[in-house]
Design a protein around this ligand. Structure first.
Ligand code: PRP
Ligand code: URA
Length: 208
């Protein structure tokens, strides 16, 4: 099942607050980070564990820890940066790869302008982060870049997903699981998600 809509009450509540028309930059940023933590928690829930023995306060104790999982978090500039600290709170040892993609406002096509990947991508799970999955062009282009570099395990965390973007990802990258706080209704004529959040990058960076 490639799309996972996280219907936890905390997530439902927080995404609702983000939809307020006059939400402040501070509040929007805080909610972005909070939901990012919760999506990361869900996206990691099947990571394998191993049992090891350590010296505890009362002697040897067997504990569980995540088994050999190497992760790279991949924010799509700019708006994906708003989710980065929240995801790193949950996966603090992850390395960070950065992809810059701007959506052409006329054609809605993704225009890549920057990439800097960490090493050993063939051994890592990539967690792509971007608040908005609209046409899906930006996410699909990022997955293309990662796969070209040898990455074989990719997941995506998005605050809001449009059916159009989900359909594109299902067609081009059916192996990529997507974790979202909300599957919304549709795209408008300018490619904005309805009801959506508006321009997430502008709201996170205060450029609206
Ligand atoms: C937004 C958003 C996604 C993309 C989604 O970024 O953060 O990256 O659009 O649209 P798509 O699914 O149709 O490709 P934008 O290009 O506006 O850049 P920004 O992050 O700098 O605001
Ligand atoms: N990018 C955004 O920031 N919002 C949308 O609704 C679509 C693309």
């Amino acid at each position: 099942m490639p799309i996972h809509e996280i219907r936890h009450p905390l997530v439902r509540h927080k995404i609702g607050l983000m939809r307020e028309g006059d939400v402040s930059t501070k509040k929007f940023r805080e909610l972005t980070a909070e939901i990012a933590r919760l999506l990361a928690y869900e996206a990691c829930k099947d990571f394998p564990l191993e049992t090891v023995e350590i010296d505890g306060w009362a002697g040897p104790v067997r504990i569980e820890r995540i088994k050999g999982k190497k992760v790279t978090v991949v924010p799509i500039l700019r708006a994906g940066l708003g989710m980065l600290d929240g995801v790193l709170d949950m996966v603090p040892s992850a390395k960070v790869s950065v992809v810059g993609i701007a959506r052409d406002e006329e054609t809605l096509q993704p225009v890549p302008y920057f990439e800097k990947f960490v090493g050993q991508l063939d051994e890592r799970m990539a967690l792509i982060i971007d608040p908005m999955l609209a046409t899906g062009g930006s996410l699909a282009a990022t997955v293309d870049m990662l796969k070209r570099k040898g990455c074989r395990q990719v997941r995506a965390l998005v605050l809001v997903a449009a059916p159009e973007g989900i359909a594109l990802m299902n067609a081009q990258h059916p192996d990529v699981d997507i974790f979202t706080a909300s599957i919304d209704s549709h795209l408008d004529g300018q490619g904005y998600i309805i009801p959506g959040l508006g321009d997430a990058g502008d709201k996170i960076f205060g450029t609206r």
